[in-house]
Unconditional design. Structure first.
Length: 373
């Protein structure tokens, strides 16, 4: 090996130049990947689009025999329509046509054709074709393509079924504050968001079952505590009004999964309202928590945020709630969720017409009002 002549100085590249070279290379790679990804998204868009009217086929939870809608489920159509700039039409869970799944614990219902999964959860105890299995399994004659899941437990169910799934997590409703503005003033010290199964009837009225004593509000708290139903008229304006009601609360105690997503995404202090306990907080390890103390949907959601533990405010349904203690617990325990929407938005399988990361206000409400819920 030849050596440099004595007295000759070898010019070493400056560290800054090396970093700039890597930076240029990374930008080229990123640009190339962006071009490929955009082409793939356009291809998926063409395959999930109804040719007769240009709408996107989207599967979401909706009972046809019920007039009203559960806002958490209906927001699937709102989020996909807003982000894609294309109107969504409801597609059945079981279908031979290519379609998209987004908000909700619904991925285990996918059967037939090609199902694109984005930010969706599933119940690992169920599948769409054989109830005797007692677990999720890949449905026959179905191409399940996972782009993102709500959390790692949903992802693991896919992986266990030999369905590839990336480590990209998040509920699409995390981006809702970019679409539905928050209330301009706070009216309630505490909003209590109940599950639809706890209502006396499936209606927008905030009336819970009379045997659930924990939702009774004594006179001294009636101007401070608000029971909130997630059932709404099937219109975008009704959903916006519901979100204004929710965001007018200073704190949230929620049984509803999406009640927690609403609170966390809008930065409202909150806790999960457990069904067990003597009006007190208890902290659970997400990896060890059982269904009787922590709903698997909530477990999946917070694990997707990188949390290892969750604190629950528990009160038996047959016991009066100590509302002052509940509010104090939220003030003491809650810390803001750290969620980066970038990976979830990058995984969106359609071209983005509206990107919340740009900080521009959403304006296309006329399109949202055309959704048939």
């Amino acid at each position: 090996m030849s050596r440099p002549k004595r007295g000759v100085t070898i010019q070493r590249p400056h560290k800054r130049d090396i970093l700039m070279s890597f930076s240029r290379r990374d930008r080229i790679i990123h640009k190339s990947l962006s071009v490929v990804n955009a082409a793939l998204n356009r291809s998926i868009l063409s395959r999930v689009t109804n040719r007769n009217d240009g709408t996107i086929r989207l599967a979401w939870a909706r009972s046809p025999e019920k007039y009203y809608a559960n806002i958490g489920d209906a927001l699937s159509a709102v989020m996909v329509t807003a982000l894609s700039g294309r109107l969504c039409r409801k597609e059945p869970f079981r279908s031979a046509r290519e379609r998209l799944y987004a908000v909700g614990t619904i991925a285990h219902n996918a059967y037939g054709g090609t199902a694109h999964i984005w930010g969706t959860g599933l119940d690992a105890k169920f599948n769409a074709f054989d109830k005797t299995l007692g677990r999720y399994a890949a449905p026959p004659s179905t191409n399940v393509r996972v782009h993102a899941t709500r959390g790692p437990y949903s992802r693991q169910a896919f992986v266990d079924a030999a369905i590839p799934a990336p480590r990209v997590y998040g509920d699409p409703v995390w981006m809702l504050p970019s679409i539905f503005p928050a209330a301009t003033e706070k009216k309630w010290d505490l909003g209590v968001i109940v599950h639809v199964t706890e209502l006396a009837a499936f209606s927008p009225e905030d009336k819970t079952r009379p045997d659930f004593i924990r939702y009774q509000i004594p006179p001294e708290f009636r101007d401070r505590v608000k029971i909130i139903s997630t059932v709404v008229e099937p219109t975008v304006d009704a959903m916006m009004a519901k979100m204004e009601e929710i965001t007018s609360c200073r704190r949230i105690l929620s049984v509803s999964l999406h009640g927690l997503v609403f609170a966390e995404s809008y930065g409202i202090p909150c806790l999960y309202f457990g069904f067990n306990g003597p009006n007190a907080c208890e902290t659970f390890d997400l990896a060890l928590a059982t269904e009787d103390v922590l709903n698997h949907r909530v477990r999946d959601l917070y694990a997707g945020l990188g949390r290892e533990k969750i604190t629950v405010y528990g009160c038996d349904r047959i016991r009066p709630t100590d509302w002052a203690a509940a509010m104090s617990a939220i003030d003491e325990v809650w810390s803001p969720a750290q969620f980066d929407p970038g990976p979830l938005l990058d995984a969106f399988p359609l071209p983005l017409a509206f990107d919340p990361r740009r900080g521009e206000p959403f304006r296309n409400y006329d399109l949202l009002r055309q959704i048939e819920f």
